[in-house]
Design a protein around this ligand. Structure first.
Ligand SMILES: *Cc1c(COP(=O)(O)O)cnc(C)c1O
Length: 405
């Protein structure tokens, strides 16, 4: 999965260009920067690589989501439909703009279940935010149809699926806007960073201003800029953009290695009767940063995870169901509305509902799911060794539990 595994001379060279001039900021200082504009270059590279008309870099993926939502005119009191399985950043961004996160079930795609989405729509729904978790995509045709029918915004959180595609289009460029994260563990890293992609000039212009204190960037210099609306500082620095510029050039290499490694691991795990794999709406488009697999029951899955822990082979394998960061069962701070800044009564009431709400359909999927992160550095031998160890563990547990394997 992570581009940090391929840190090298290319990244050092791009960062050194910036260190030579000492101009670490993406705006202004036209003379002393001597033509070095890493953030602008990376934005162009994002547009070319992913096929979006516009790209706005941000300081993080979380900031990218926040920025995208306000630029899409989503705000206080609006409901944003999102999945029960995602990284906490998705609801953090929704809450940061005063909107209400509406959590709905995931299915075996590990992303939004379109039927559950339909059932969650209210007059206050403004946006559907699928999260393309663990390298692969939501059922975008179905979600798009729901958005069209109900006049809703489609915002893709593609932070975990850089380079994945759906029916030939890059994930993150299919909705009204889409975001990537370039944090340290993502497919491409800047150290910290993110991007909003959109084909709408209006959305882009708002992103451009919002991420830089509302500057319209039309003045002769920063001091002469006007401020048509209030913004914040979600700027990326030139140093971070420089790292990303080196990384984006390696994306095709990352993706081909991920595909090769995931394919081999999947072949090995397929040997286990009873194992099934994540449903991928467009299998050609899987970025292959993870291999997600299911076992027949929650009990077996939990026992296998325990056994993998005992044998010291759990590293790089994620049982999200019991993980503190990614699944609703452990989001007590959200369910108890533990915010420092306080929230409106509406938001508070909406969050408190989750304290007693259960999600049996999501539980049935997530309690049987393990995701194996695909390393770029694995040798074929290592994959075979890892695969066989997992296979033997599963077989051992199934035998013990009396399941034919
Ligand atoms: C990483 C991630 C984010 C946020 O990115 P940061 O750059 O860490 O702020 C948002 N959504 C998902 C699904 C992510 O995995």
């Amino acid at each position: 999965m992570p581009g940090f595994e391929f840190w090298g001379d290319e990244e050092r060279k791009e960062v050194n260009d910036v260190l030579e001039t000492g101009i670490l900021m993406r705006y202004g200082f036209d003379g002393p920067r001597k033509g070095i504009w890493k953030a602008i270059e990376l934005e162009k590279a994002v547009c070319n690589t992913f096929g979006s008309k516009y790209a706005q870099l941000t300081s993080s993926g979380t900031a990218a989501l926040t920025t995208a939502m306000v630029a899409l005119n989503i705000g206080a009191g609006d409901e944003v439909i999102m999945p029960t399985f995602t990284f906490v950043a998705s609801f953090e961004a929704v809450l940061s703009i005063g909107a209400i996160p509406v959590l709905v079930d995931v299915d075996e795609t590990l992303t939004l279940d379109p039927e559950a989405v339909k059932a969650a729509i209210t007059p206050r729904t403004k946006c559907i935010m699928p999260v393309h978790m663990c390298g692969s995509m939501a059922d975008l045709d179905a979600l798009k149809a729901i958005c069209d029918e109900n006049d809703l915004i489609l915002l893709e959180d593609a932070c975990q699926s850089i380079g994945g595609t759906y029916k030939g289009k890059k994930l993150g460029t299919i909705g009204h806007a889409g975001t990537f994260s370039f944090d340290f563990v993502k497919t491409i890293t800047c150290g910290e960073g993110g991007v909003v992609m959109t084909d709408s000039e209006d959305v882009y212009t708002k992103c451009d201003g919002y991420t830089d204190h509302g500057h319209d960037h039309k003045g002769a210099d920063r001091g002469a800029d006007l401020h048509p609306f209030i913004g914040y500082n979600f700027r990326i620095s030139e140093l971070h953009a420089a790292v990303g510029l080196a990384q984006i050039k390696k994306l095709d290499t990352f993706l081909s290695i991920q595909k090769k490694n995931q394919t081999l691991l999947k072949e090995i795990l397929s040997e286990v009767p009873g194992i099934t794999f994540r449903k991928v709406p467009d299998p050609q488009g899987d970025s292959c940063s993870f291999l997600s697999w299911f076992l027949p029951t929650a009990e077996i899955t939990e026992a296998v995870v325990e056994e993998m822990k005992t044998q010291g082979i759990l590293a790089g394998n994620f049982y999200w169901f019991k993980n503190n960061w990614h699944y609703i069962s452990k989001w007590d701070h959200l369910k108890n509305a533990e915010t420092l800044q306080g929230v409106t009564h509406d938001v508070h009431m909406a969050l408190k509902e989750y304290a007693t709400k259960s999600f049996p359909a999501s539980d049935a999927v997530m309690s049987r799911c393990v995701s194996t992160a695909i390393s770029l550095l694995w040798t074929e031998e290592q994959i075979k060794d890892k695969g066989e160890k997992i296979v033997n563990t599963i077989k051992k547990v199934m035998e013990r539990e009396g399941v034919p394997a």
